[in-house]
Ligand binder design. Structure first.
Ligand code: ADP
Ligand code: MG
Ligand code: MG
Length: 920
């Protein structure tokens, strides 16, 4: 036991480890934990809270640094605080005549699964139980409380398996012919107590502690120990919560909800946590003690039922709930107990809520004058907005499926949204089924780049292995598809084309439903509901407020008019990145793309090849002009950044290895003729174009330098499209982006030539089209020399995907597939830097690029178009770095709008607090 009695403890150290509820306050969360601060706040507000005290989170930290010993002075302060509680209640812990009983409750800064469960009725022993019986005139109640206490203490503090007690209890019930717990009488319960004590002796080798102070110190120590329990540690890792916080311990006089039908216990939210409706939402259970509500021993009634049991108490509770909500200025999650018609509050904290509820509550609370607009904006979390943009299960349909036992597995939620489709076990078949119009959920042990084509066609992805930065997770998030990873109970048997879960078989082709936000896998179809963004008034209001508040623009990455229109609906103010290569990939164009590529190099010497080359370009010009016309039209009046062709050209050709196999086989079969020589020629061309490291090879602006005609074709297409639109009375605003520049000389050369093309097109047409030339900053050298780059560039767009790759020297596919998970587990990296912008390294280059660039060109337009543009933490960084806009994938635009507003609000309050902190 850890009752430290070092000399310093005896002489009394001055450090305060223990706070009676009336000495604490609601804002002392860090020191007192959420529960302690809540009880202190309610006590201070004059609400009925059973007296008690909190042992601080600091004491827990000190307990560990002292090698698992109570810090000096803590136990003495605990005894003193206990004495004060005894005075207030007029009872004494362990007093056989009038015993005080207490609960011991854990409570960290944020509520956390894995922390110790509450121990109720502490202070009972063979003598005090008799006192309790006499005093309440209820022996049955007293022995029931005693047996519950031993059971809880044994399980929670002494780590005894609950079954050990359950067996004894069930046997006793059978012996007594009792159906329910409540059928057992006092004498039967007394016998159970004796048997429970034997269980403890057998399991721990010691008697159940009879001394209440001994019970108390053991319980306190168990709370401290639970801080480093596996579940709590795992949870903190996942949520990035520091191990240094520690947990507080609350010791509080018991009140009894199980003293008859004028007593009871309940939990309630001040507003509906699912819909946000302004009405009490929760459960009440008459004649019951705390754990009964949660344990579902009897069916709890809706909270309104309390009104019938006791209208006076219900009215008081309503009043208190409203008062707490006003005081905390947030929806509260309340716990309470009624003892013989008197209400006691046991807990208040901000309630967890769905996205739907979060936006409604934020909006309503502004209307009710509880919150300012800024506060309301900070209350809605980006993930709440995300939830509202995705298809989700119909609540009722899901509940029905669950109660029908169709919930078969739970994995790691990796990309939110709900999806329904046939389970398909390989990517080829997924692609094929999707082409045939089927809805498909791809089920794999894990995915790799080879699965990509199957993932695109699927509604959702489920894997049995991998974590939140596995290939499946990363790709699914990129595609905006629901995804569950690490569903370990799912066994995929490709040979038999089934997967099984806990012995249950699901054949390929059967319908399954997945929820990538919760990780749940259900058998069969669960009806989904599509979000209706335009008519979601609560969300629209919140986003309008966000727009008024943010300084950053929010643009979208979109390659096609369809995506641009969607992005615009979601609030995009421009297109930050249109990747033209996606236009090259369309099947009908691919032959011309190949014709262009295969003749590009030979065209320099061979006039025949040159003819072929130019013919292909001419053909592509037509396609691209239409592409750009529809894109610019969809974004009429807003900037559209179009990036010139960027990837290595061989990406558009068959793979070298595949061709080699093909040609070898043809030769082996003795197949000859024009077909073979055609393949051989292609193989030779592809062989010439092979690169050791394509990511760093012939791509980006280097393509345009070697083969200027490709860039010229694209610029011509862009401006011809713009001219046509302009003539039709539209307002196209193309911005031409030259990728992968590392040196201003590269940019200068490419631009010179393209400006000529642009001027020719607009000059000939006599149209006054406004356009810009700029560059992507995605090579460290470009950021380092941004002052020079800005001499040529009218805008910068930070391509933070490539910039992250080149700054870290990681190739993304290899990193995410092979070692990023390890890096994160080992805390070598706080985040996946491809998801959350690395502020320390990549961010430093961004800041440098902004400063240098604006030094040369003060009105330089600067944005970011990497995936980070849709990540709230990265958006906050971009705000701080002084960018003009972030560009995100369309469905993340509303998230970025909120995140940008939050960054602006937080940024101002930081500056304000810094200013007020400076001495006059
Ligand atoms: P959790 O963190 O799991 O909510 P709590 O410490 O709030 O745990 O305790 C759970 C339940 O135990 C409470 O909702 C309440 O019903 C009961 N409880 C806790 N302390 C007391 C007490 N002093 N008197 C009566 N019931 C209590
Ligand atoms: Mg609680
Ligand atoms: Mg790039």
């Amino acid at each position: 036991m850890a009752q430290a009695s070092t000399p310093s403890a005896v002489t009394g150290t001055t450090h305060k480890w223990v706070f009676p509820f009336e000495e604490g306050s609601a804002d002392m969360r860090d020191l007192l934990g959420g529960k302690g601060a809540g009880c202190a706040g309610m006590t201070r507000a004059g609400l009925p809270v059973p007296p008690g005290f909190t042992i601080t989170t600091e004491a827990c930290v000190a307990y560990y640094s002292a090698g698992q010993q109570f810090p000096p002075g803590m136990w003495e302060q605990t005894l003193a605080a206990l004495e004060a509680v005894e005075k207030k209640t007029g009872k004494k812990l362990g007093d056989p005549a009038d015993p005080l009983l207490v609960s011991v409750r854990s409570g960290a800064r944020v509520s956390m699964p894995g922390m110790m469960d509450t121990v109720l009725n502490l202070g009972l022993n063979d003598r005090s139980v008799e006192g309790l019986a006499r005093l309440t005139d209820n022996r049955r109640f007293a022995y029931d409380a005693y047996r519950r206490f031993i059971q809880m203490f044994g399980r929670i503090v002494q780590d005894i398996a609950p079954e050990a007690f359950d067996e004894v209890f069930e046997a006793a019930k059978t012996r007594a012919g009792a159906k329910q717990d409540t059928d057992l009488g006092a004498e039967q319960l007394k016998k159970i107590v004796a048997e429970f004590k034997q269980v403890v002796r057998r399991q721990t080798g010691r008697d159940f502690p009879a001394d209440p102070l001994d019970q108390l110190s053991q319980a306190i120590e168990a709370v401290f120990r639970s801080w480093m329990g596996k579940r709590a540690v795992d949870y903190r890792r996942a949520e990035k919560i520091s191990d240094e916080w520690g947990t507080a311990v609350n010791v509080q006089a018991m009140v009894f909800g199980n003293m008859g039908f004028d007593s009871g216990t309940g939990v309630a939210f001040t507003r509906d946590p699912t819909t946000g409706q302004k009405q009490l939402y929760g459960n009440f259970l008459a004649n019951a003690q705390g754990e009964d509500v949660v344990a579902g021993i009897r069916n709890a009634e809706p909270i309104a039922a309390m009104r019938d049991h006791n209208p006076g108490v219900y009215a008081e509770f309503e009043r208190i709930a409203a008062q707490l909500e006003r005081a905390y200025r947030d929806m509260q999650d309340l716990e309470f107990t009624v003892e013989r018609g008197k209400l006691y509050m046991l807990q208040t904290r901000s309630g967890k809520r769905t996205g739907r509820s979060a936006v409604k509550i934020a909006r309503d609370m502004v209307a009710e004058g509880i919150l300012s607009v800024d506060e309301a904006l900070l209350r809605v979390e980006p993930r709440h907005v995300e939830q509202l943009l995705l298809p989700r299960f119909d609540e009722q349909a899901k509940a029905a499926a669950e109660s029908a036992g169709r919930l078969i597995a739970k994995g790691v939620p990796a990309s939110p949204g709900a999806a329904v489709g046939e389970a398909v076990l390989d990517p080829d078949r997924a692609e094929e089924r999707a082409r045939a119009g089927a809805r498909v959920v791809l089920v794999r042990p894990e995915t790799s780049p080879d699965d990509f084509h199957g993932m695109i066609g699927s509604q959702g992805i489920l894997t049995s292995r991998g974590g939140t930065s596995s290939h499946a997770a990363v790709v699914a998030r990129g595609l905006g598809k629901p995804c569950i990873v690490g569903a370990e109970t799912v066994r995929v048997d490709l040979a038999r084309r089934v997967f099984s879960v806990d012995g249950r078989q699901v054949a390929e082709g059967e319908l399954i439903s997945i929820d990538g936000g919760s990780g749940e896998v259900l058998l069969g179809e669960v009806t989904t509901v599509e979000p209706n963004f335009a008519e979601d008034e609560d969300l629209q209001q919140v986003l309008r407020w966000a727009d008024e508040r943010r300084r950053l623009g929010v643009w979208a990455n979109a390659d096609r008019a369809r995506d641009a229109t969607k992005a615009r609906e979601l609030g995009a103010q421009g297109i930050g990145l249109c990747r033209t290569e996606h236009m090259f990939e369309e099947a009908e164009r691919l032959p011309f793309v190949r014709q262009m590529i295969l003749n590009a190099a030979p065209a320099k010497r061979d006039p025949e090849a040159r003819k072929e080359y130019l013919a292909a370009l001419e053909k592509l010009l037509g396609y691209q002009r239409e592409d750009f016309k529809s894109l610019l039209k969809a974004m009429d009046g807003r900037p559209v950044i179009i990036r010139l062709l960027d990837p290595p050209l061989h990406e558009f050709l068959p793979k070298y290895e595949d061709l080699l196999v093909e040609v070898t086989e043809m030769r082996a079969r003795g197949q000859g003729g024009p077909e073979l020589s055609e393949r051989e020629e292609l193989l030779r061309a592809v062989a010439v174009m092979r690169e050791a490291n394509p990511m760093l090879g012939l791509r980006g602006c280097r393509l345009g330098l070697l083969y200027p005609e490709i860039n010229e074709m694209q610029v011509r297409a862009i401006l011809e499209a713009a001219v046509e639109l302009k003539k039709q009375g539209h307002d196209p605003q193309p911005e031409i982006m030259i990728p992968l520049v590392g040196d201003v000389r590269e940019l200068r050369r490419v631009k010179e030539q393209l400006v000529k093309t642009a001027e020719t097109v607009t000059g000939q047409a006599g149209a006054d089209v406004h356009y810009k030339f700029g560059t992507m900053i995605e090579i460290p050298r470009a950021a380092l020399t941004a002052d020079m780059i800005a001499q040529e560039a009218e805008f910068f767009s930070f391509g933070t995907n490539d910039l992250t790759q080149t700054v870290y020297g990681f190739s993304r596919d290899d990193a995410e597939g092979k070692f990023l998970g390890f890096y994160q587990d080992e805390k070598l990296l706080p985040n996946n830097p491809f998801q959350v912008l690395d502020a320390e390294g990549v961010g430093k280059l961004v800041e440098m690029g902004v400063q240098l660039g604006r030094k040369t060109r003060p009105d330089l337009e600067i944005g970011i178009c990497g995936e980070h543009g849709g990540d709230p933490e990265s958006v906050a960084f971009c705000h701080g770095a002084g960018l003009n806009y972030v560009s995100a994938s369309p469905y993340r635009v509303p998230i970025a709008r909120l995140a940008a507003a939050q960054a602006a609000i937080r940024g101002e309050s930081n500056t304000a607090s810094r200013e007020s902190a400076t001495p006059e």
